[in-house]
Design a protein around this ligand. Structure first.
Ligand code: NAD
Length: 484
């Protein structure tokens, strides 16, 4: 097996164009091998966060007046460097977050592509001209940058999620204060290190690391932060929303999911099982778009469960850098404990255990568990609450209408998938699933970066992320009237 390199990074904050040590420091560990420290990183307090916000507010005056070409060139340079270094960045990501090396390298490449996409978008932020109701008057509607954007991200996509917030923020002319999750500071730092080389005016982009309670809270409450884009748990999202509402800041939240994958009796069963395996268990199930509820029509229920169980038994769980591993470790001990507690609750509530859910020993000490599958009832907590691990349940549906009703029977509304060969059922499901994204004969996880991403209900709040729609959040509309 390939051993992880012993290199330990020293990750500092990036504030006002300078690398700064923290008030205190912390360590990030490799969840595949807990003996390995991935990074020693700087941790900020309120006053250091305040410095970053003030630097951003000053830089905004400069950056917001730069030409679209200047912004496009900077983003293009950042995207090119990420793409050129995708293997190295992917290795760092796999070591720090624990997704398998191929998944991690693909995520690094995705981050590069996102910067390239928004380099183009910097040139396309436009407006419209409208005929006035009054003679001799001209009306135009333009988009302007919002100001300082506070960007708060989770650990599960430590390069792609920051990229899809930072790139549109900068493309639209905003200044940025970026706070990555404390589990993955090295990934945040690696991105900052590349952005720092793009010759942005000092203070345009700032990185501050540290706890959510201190750094995150300081950011969401700061009166100079005009826009807050947050991805993370529902509980923290609620805090961000309250803080933003209290001071009328623009806010965008992406939170959890309990995404259904419906399998109808007419589906290609092999394809449906593929979708379930990919959607529920890859990336260790740590995706907000994971297919954690598999809703299967009665005539194929037992055959589907039998085939899925067979496929799960063949999945290899292990060190993220080991070739051939399908599922890496859980990202940290707290998440592993949550997964185990959810499994214990499922058993107590009477969900029928089909496969897995066991702690695993591997040659290196890490947070390993086997993927888990239960047969559940719609009222079981395993069918209602997000677990954020490789844990899925199967619900039996009487027919297509019942499957749709079960799919919608959740507080969440991020993504919903269906496997069917019926165009009529597929169209009906797409129209009536109360979510932000639908998938037909595809896993619920796995998205394109040039189209909107987001959901409804408890999953998301505010404007969509990604693609051209990202400009809705990172710009504000101005209506200009003029008599010539
Ligand atoms: P989390 O809410 O614990 O943390 C997210 C970020 O918020 C971190 O940077 C954290 O430091 C920060 N934070 C914590 N407390 C804060 C506070 N009081 N003020 C400001 N910031 C604070 O979430 P997590 O454990 O890192 O990530 C897992 C969660 O993220 C899951 O629930 C998952 O569903 C969700 N997620 C959603 C999406 C999506 O797009 N919908 C994508 C990925 C992950």
């Amino acid at each position: 097996m390939k051993r992880s390199p012993e290199v330990q990074l020293s990750a500092r904050h990036y504030i006002n164009g300078r690398w700064e040590t923290g008030v205190t420091s912390g360590q990030s560990l490799n969840p595949s091998d807990l003996r390995e420290t991935v990074a020693e990183y700087a941790r900020a307090d309120r006053s250091q966060t305040e410095q970053a916000v003030r630097a951003a507010a000053d830089a905004f005056r400069v950056w917001s007046m730069t030409t679209p070409q200047r912004r496009a060139d900077a983003l293009d340079q950042i995207g090119s460097e990420i793409l050129a270094r995708k293997d190295e960045l992917g290795l760092l990501l796999a070591r720090e977050e624990g997704k398998t090396l191929p998944e991690a390298v693909a995520e690094a490449a995705r981050a590069g592509q996102i910067f390239k996409f928004f380099a183009g978008e910097a040139l396309r932020v436009g407006g419209e001209s409208v005929a006035s109701l009054r003679p001799g008057v001209h009306v135009d509607i333009t988009r302007e940058p919002v100001g300082v954007a506070g960007l708060i991200t989770p650990w599960n996509f430590p390069l792609a999620i920051p990229a899809w917030k930072i790139a549109p923020a900068l493309a639209c002319g905003n200044a940025v204060v970026f706070k990555p999750s404390e589990l993955v500071p090295a990934c945040g730092w690696a991105l900052a290190e590349i952005i720092g080389r793009a010759a942005l005016p000092a203070g345009t982009f700032n990185l501050v690391m540290g706890s959510g309670r201190e750094v995150g809270q300081a950011l969401i409450e700061h009166p100079l932060v005009d826009a807050l884009s947050f991805t993370g748990s529902a509980a923290t999202g609620e805090r961000v929303l309250q803080a933003a509402a209290a001071r009328r800041a623009k806010v965008q939240l992406e939170m959890g999911g309990k995404n259904p994958l419906v399998v109808l009796a007419d589906a290609d069963l092999e394809l449906a099982v593929d979708c379930a395996v990919q959607g529920a268990f890859f990336s260790t199930g740590q995706r907000c778009t994971a297919s954690s509820r598999l809703i299967v029509e009665a005539p194929v229920h037992d055959a589907f469960v039998a085939r899925l169980k067979q496929r799960m038994a063949a999945l290899k769980v292990g060190h993220a850098l080991e070739p051939g591993v399908d599922i890496g470790p859980v990202a940290d001990r707290a998440q592993l404990e949550e997964n185990m507690a959810a499994i214990a609750t499922a058993r107590e509530e009477g969900a029928e255990h089909v496969y897995g859910g066991d702690l695993l020993q591997r040659p290196s000490e890490g947070h390993y568990m086997s993927p888990a599958l239960f047969l559940a009832q719609p009222n079981h907590r395993i069918a209602r609450e997000e677990i954020f691990g490789p844990v899925a349940c199967v619900l039996r549906a009487d027919d297509a209408e019942h499957a749709l009703a079960l799919a919608n029977d959740t507080p969440f509304g991020l993504c919903a998938g269906i496997c069917t060969n019926s165009l009529r059922h597929a169209m009906h499901f797409r129209r009536h699933a109360r979510v932000g994204m639908t998938m037909v004969n595809l896993p619920t996880a796995g998205i394109d970066y040039h189209v909107p991403f987001g959901g409804r209900k408890a999953s998301s709040y505010g404007a969509r992320e990604q693609g051209r729609h990202a400009a809705e959040f990172y710009t504000t509309v101005k209506t200009g009237y003029m008599r010539a």
